[in-house]
Design a protein around this ligand. Sequence first.
Ligand SMILES: Cc1cc2nc3c(=O)[nH]c(=O)nc-3n(C[C@H](O)[C@H](O)[C@H](O)COP(=O)(O)OP(=O)(O)OC[C@H]3O[C@@H](n4cnc5c(N)ncnc54)[C@H](O)[C@@H]3O)c2cc1C
Length: 498
Amino acid sequence: MTRPIRKVVILGGGTAGWMTAALMAKVLGRQVGIELVESDDIGIIGVGEATIPPIQQVNAVLGIDEADFLRETKATIKLAIRFENWGAQGDSYYHTFGTAGRNLAFCSFHHFWTRARKMGLGGSYWDHDLNYLCAEAGKFAPTQGNDPIWDMPYAYHFDSGLYGQFLRRYSERLGVTRTEGMVGDVQRAAGIGDIMALVLRDGRVIEGDLFVDCSGSRGVLIQQHLGTGYEDWGHWLPCDRAMAVPSERFATTLPFTRAIAHGTGWQWRIPLQHRNGNGLVYSSRHTSDDEAARILLGNLDSPALADPKIIHFRTGRARRQWNRNVVAVGLSSGFLEPLESTSIYLIQSAIVRLIHLFPHEGITPELIGEYNRQSQIEMELIRDFIILHYHANNRRDSAFWRDLRLMDVPERLARKISLFQANGTLVQDQYDIFMEPSWVQVLMGQGVLPQDHHPLADGPSDDEMRAQLAQMAELKRRPLAQLPSHDEYLLGKVGVAA
Ligand SMILES: Cc1cc2nc3c(=O)[nH]c(=O)nc-3n(C[C@H](O)[C@H](O)[C@H](O)COP(=O)(O)OP(=O)(O)OC[C@H]3O[C@@H](n4cnc5c(N)ncnc54)[C@H](O)[C@@H]3O)c2cc1C
């Protein structure tokens, strides 16, 4: 056990650094002092614009008003991701944040739908999902009401630079100290090897008890000084580069992200209030940077606003997220490509975990062990979910997709796929951020359809089934007529012209 933790030093002022500062200041600000060190010369990665619904919890804990948030980060609403050309070229499907239909008596809706499909009843699974219906219609307003059937979980797209600055202002108001400067070295405790202080290039020394490494993919503390090691997952997820470029905004703002598969990777399109974010994620073994630029710039729907920027990354995780008195949060802790917009969520989850397991009276091996155990499982489960998108494909156009279809996947994922294929069974893993509706949509969207339904779905007669499904689809559609367009909603909230 080390000494009590009275001062936390955060290294890095990107999304990870400022989110850590804001949440810690809000929750632990009376017990610990917080100082954040960042280098203006290095800057931030400057991507990371799409989120998933748990971001709402961050705003709720921080007490952030949605209109302020939308205005200051130039955010738009995200109801889903539309995956185009993934299962097969020409196909598209949505992974929405919603739930299709209504589950009945221990039996999930997709079992009834699978039975209906075998009966030859037409209709898409997604016709029973309000998030999908609104995404397609370009409509949005919060719908939480009397009946959970109309709940429409949503997240945001935002400008990552503006988001960091928004959180910085918030954190500084709560007393977080910001120090500008580049860390050149650290002081370590003799014998135990804990970090005692950061040493800036100009000689200033920043002392602390616990250090949160938010220094991005450099991993200045967790890797460069502590040599924690890295587990590489590139053999399952071969993309290792991204090229990003902003482009002019469209007249109509889509309330969803687009993820468009190409021959050796995929392209994102993220609508913001003032511009679109675009990027190509690709494998450098299969595509040169010149070829990537040609694909990216040739597939923009509006004029580019800058030159493309290349970002190198390595998929995997630090072998320990918490090592000695350093906790890695954000890109320093590992990276999973942005296909399901999970990195900012992983930052949030890491901070919440650290707050739960905070070593007020001193760091113990038990706290470190538990933190690392949870972090590892959580990241592996997201990894598996992302692998599923690549592996379950029927694309015939390149060796890239063929090799991914034929590769061995992690055993837990292989089991999940075959259980689902047999009769739609899914088992929820603890710490999996993706719940059953997400797995169902991506499995079925990628072409993995259950061969049978669960016997519990045999309860209703054929006629009852037919009537219930029609009624469900009608019920789900009901709020649509009253909802404003996404642009009208933004206009009402922040005064952005459509
Ligand atoms: C192509 C791509 C697309 C992405 N898209 C998404 C997305 O849509 N959704 C999502 O959730 N996530 C996304 N991410 C991930 C997301 O961008 C990051 O998780 C997020 O920006 C957090 O980054 P960070 O704060 O860890 O690192 P950075 O933004 O790199 O910040 C690092 C900070 O450390 C400081 N620093 C580094 N070294 C030193 C030093 N020696 N001294 C002082 N300061 C130092 C820097 O100045 C900087 O302030 C994407 C990532 C990539 C690569």
